[in-house]
Design a protein around this ligand. Structure first.
Ligand code: NAD
Ligand code: ZN
Ligand code: ZN
Length: 344
């Protein structure tokens, strides 16, 4: 008889997750089976469940791309990991390895990339099939629950900050202090940057101050853009927009210093108008940034292993997943919820 596992499945867009028993998958050649210990809940999982983006996952699918677990079985030919290793199964589930982007170590934009919890079943299940060449290697000393948010929220903000090209002593503006943003503040401080945190929720801003932000501005206050420009002495040398809100994108571009770089990371569906004259006359760069490479992953995890960055987590069982989704949608999650499979 095939063994069963608990999983949270999206069967129809916008109708929540269905908790059900499924067969535990068997790793084929080149695959591994990971027994899930923990999986963070990212705002991207809400976009996936809602079918928000132009390229949609095929139904049914299991979301979750911050899954951490132990390798329990190896498919034929696997040598990159061994049974008993603690690994993470990230958004970048696999890539082709030989296109121009893969060759340039930009595997995140590979045209043949697969995405964990989106085009491949993800971490809201007791077991995950993974590609051993693309899993995150979790350093000793980091627990599974601590590591979970780092393999999406952590790597994405670490890479996004690098893409601002800000130097130690420069100002970065971080818009959105949720799962991604609360880690961004810590990475930025560890990188020697001055931080101006922006959110619409004063509690998130208080948290940013506790984490070391040098200035905070509520995006809803009148004159929010001017307040950021004043606090930073001319706008952020770098701006990182993590907020899942289109207004934050308009504001973020206006909060960028002359010759600064505004990095777009948040992914609300839709478009936003760019004020051409300001962007052109101020020589502002606007660029997208998508998770990070395997090298970025190793670097982002090393910051945490050295104690410079620590995710603020709330543990919940898999059975609470629909409630967690609702809270995240309503902005009622303080930082990051992690599904703890020890309490399934
Ligand atoms: P979250 O819900 O945990 O945090 C969002 C934060 O933004 C909250 O603190 C909220 O109060 C704040 N916010 C909302 N509207 C705002 C506004 N107008 N101005 C400033 N702040 C505002 O979400 P998360 O898990 O941090 O994810 C954020 C976004 O990043 C999502 O759209 C997600 O899909 C995207 N994302 C992108 C990548 C990537 O690779 N580019 C990776 C992971 C997540
Ligand atoms: Zn994510
Ligand atoms: Zn490729």
């Amino acid at each position: 008889m095939t063994k069963k596992m608990q999983a949270a499945v999206v069967e129809q867009f916008g109708e929540g997750l269905v908790l059900k028993e499924m067969d535990i998958p068997t790793p084929g050649p080149g695959q591994i089976l990971v027994k899930t210990e923990a999986c963070g809940v990212c705002h991207t999982d809400l976009h996936a469940e809602a079918g928000d983006w132009p390229v949609k996952p095929s139904l049914p699918f299991i979301p979750g791309h911050e899954g951490i677990g132990i390798v329990v079985a190896l498919g034929e030919g696997v040598t990159a990991v061994k049974e008993g290793d603690r690994v993470g199964v990230p958004w970048l589930y696999s890539a082709c390895g030989h296109c121009e982007h893969c060759l340039a170590a930009w595997e995140t934009v590979c045209g043949e990339a697969e995405f964990g919890g989106y085009t491949k079943n993800g971490g809201f299940a007791e077991y995950i099939l993974a590609n051993p060449n693309y899993v995150a290697h979790i350093p000793a000393g980091l627990s599974a629950t601590e590591a979970a948010p780092l393999i999406c929220a952590g790597i994405t903000t670490y890479k996004g900050l690098k893409e601002t090209k800000a130097h130690p002593g420069d100002w970065v503006v971080i818009s959105g202090i949720g799962g991604l943003g609360h880690l961004a503040v810590q990475y930025a401080k560890a990188m020697g940057l001055h931080v101006c945190a922006v959110d619409i929720d004063d509690k998130k801003l208080e948290h940013a101050t506790q984490l070391g932000a040098d200035a905070v501005v509520n995006a809803k206050q009148e004159g929010a853009i001017e307040a950021v420009v004043k606090a930073t002495g001319g706008g952020g040398h770098g701006v990182l927009i993590t907020a899942p809100s289109l207004i934050a994108f308009n504001q973020g571009v206006a909060m960028t210093r002359k010759r600064g770089i505004c990095v777009l990371v948040g992914l609300p569906p839709g478009e936003f108008p760019v004020p051409l004259f300001d962007v052109v006359a101020n020589c502002v760069t606007i660029r997208g940034s998508f998770v990070g490479t395997r090298q970025d992953m190793a670097e982002a995890l090393a910051f945490a292993a050295e104690g410079k960055v620590k995710a603020d987590i709330e543990l919940q069982p898999l059975s609470a997943i629909n409630d967690v989704f609702k809270r995240l949608e309503n902005g009622d999650v303080p930082s990051r919820v992690v599904i703890d499979f020890a309490t399934i």
